[in-house]
Ligand binder design. Structure first.
Ligand code: ADP
Length: 426
């Protein structure tokens, strides 16, 4: 029976739990054994230093739908035979009679373990940024841990960094297996059985910064939170006739800033892919805002909103910071200006409907992609294009996303914009 592990990695985003839930449940329905890896790639490198001897059912199967129960009988699978239900540290573990998960990162999960995960924010299985996985030695240990647990399929839900890591792991896998075999860490039979790692990527990121997909899991919720925050700012800005410079997240990607600006009716937006090209840019901003704000103040316009992406810079790639924009607006336009850094509230909390639908549909597609994976097929990233869930080559998507950064560094703004989204480029 196939053994599948799913992990979440990099920056957390709303909808990651729904993705894990969908992958686990769809995997179980296909008759697979399902695992989660705690703490992203770090958990893969740490593996399980503590063994547990046996699984025992923790919940009755009666709450599982009939059709799925039938499947379970066919595949001789017990629902609720995962370990998470009995997990927890310290007091919580004791109260629930659970096992302490210390020293265990690759955990068997059943149907009941992921119940109720759809509407939970963040990622319940933990995420991390793993320096160890960036090294060849770390990835060798990760490969060994997967083989030790008998896992032959891996689903990674994370941002462009995490999927770059997945692509590196995919490309290196044959050599990792070979090294483990040569060192005598695995047997010849294991080397043959695990010669091919099935791997698939789901894009979980608030930034919507991955190429070849229209939307990443978590971006709609983050955008919603930003809109709510700017609504709140709008009311106080109008009351006091003020200007606000609002800094939003997005790393090297301007999507959150751009679409938040559209939905909030901002007066000026700074994004990394296409900085203001006026020389100097301060004149360009003051002309636009002065026209929109100062003259209109007389006619009753009472607020000014400027949105700046955290990765914004000028045409010479010098960072543009919210405090500096405030100084310019205050000194040159005489606007009473405040800065609001939205910070981690943008990470989401409870996912909006779209961040439940997207990961659920994509999670099921991820399982299908893994089922059809052969050494000849490319590893896939699951995306969405014009409302259709699609598979694209993980390698291509990673390459194209990297090309955006290269275009920005080369100050080729047209290319950066069209790689991100041809429609925005127009
Ligand atoms: P995100 O996935 O949100 O973009 P990061 O860029 O921090 O987040 O990447 C998450 C993790 O993915 C890193 O901590 C690292 O373990 C792994 N990773 C990223 N890039 C690579 C790489 N080039 N090679 C190997 N692992 C990588």
């Amino acid at each position: 029976r196939m053994r599948l592990a799913v992990l979440t990695s990099g920056g957390d985003s709303a909808g990651m739990n729904a993705a894990v839930r969908a992958v686990v449940k769809a995997g179980i329905v296909k008759g697979w054994e399902t695992y989660v890896v705690r703490e992203g790639y770090e958990g893969l490198v740490r593996g399980n230093s503590v063994k547990i001897s046996q699984h025992s059912p923790t919940k009755s199967v009666t709450t599982v739908p009939k059709s799925v129960q039938h499947n379970a009988l066919v595949h001789n699978l017990r629902f609720g035979d995962g370990e998470l239900l009995r997990s927890g540290e310290g007091d919580a573990a004791e109260r629930s009679g659970g096992k302490n998960l210390k020293g265990r990162y690759i955990i068997r999960v059943g149907w009941d373990d992921v119940r109720g995960w759809m509407g939970e924010g963040g990622t319940l299985i933990g995420t991390a940024r793993s320096a160890a996985f960036r090294t060849p030695e770390g990835r060798l240990t990760a490969a060994h841990n997967l083989i030790k647990e008998g896992i032959d399929a891996l689903c990674v839900c994370g941002g462009d960094g995490s999927l770059t890591g997945a692509d590196v792991f995919r490309a290196e896998w044959p050599s990792l297996v070979d090294q483990l075999r040569t060192k005598g860490e695995i047997t010849e039979a294991q080397a043959t059985a695990y010669a091919h790692l099935k791997i698939v990527g789901l894009v979980g990121s608030i930034d919507n910064d991955m190429c070849m997909t229209d939307m990443t899991i978590g971006a709609p919720t983050a955008l919603q939170r930003i809109c709510e925050a700017i609504d709140n700012i709008n009311s106080t800005a109008s009351s006091h006739s003020r200007a606000f410079v609002v800094e939003v997240m997005g790393r090297h990607c301007g999507w959150l800033a751009l679409v938040a600006g559209v939905s909030a009716g901002a007066d000026f937006i700074f994004i990394p892919e296409r900085p203001p090209l006026g020389d100097p840019w301060e004149d360009e901003m003051c002309d636009a805002i002065g026209l929109a704000s100062c003259s209109h103040r007389k006619e009753g316009k009472r607020k000014t909103i400027v949105i700046v992406a955290e990765g914004a810079h000028d045409a010479a790639l010098k960072p543009i910071k919210a405090e500096y924009i405030k100084t310019v607006l205050t000194e040159r336009l005489g606007l009473d200006t405040r800065v609001t850094q939205l910070g981690h509230v943008q990470r989401g909390g409870r996912p909006c409907a779209w961040d439940r639908i997207l990961p659920t549909l994509q999670g099921v597609e991820a399982i299908k992609a893994l089922m059809e994976s052969t050494p000849e097929t490319p590893s896939y990233m699951i995306g969405i294009n014009q409302n259709k869930v699609i598979r694209v080559s993980l390698q291509e998507a990673v390459k194209m996303t990297k090309a955006v950064t290269t275009a920005i560094e080369a100050r080729d703004w047209d290319k950066a914009m069209s790689l991100r989204d041809p429609e925005f480029a127009e």
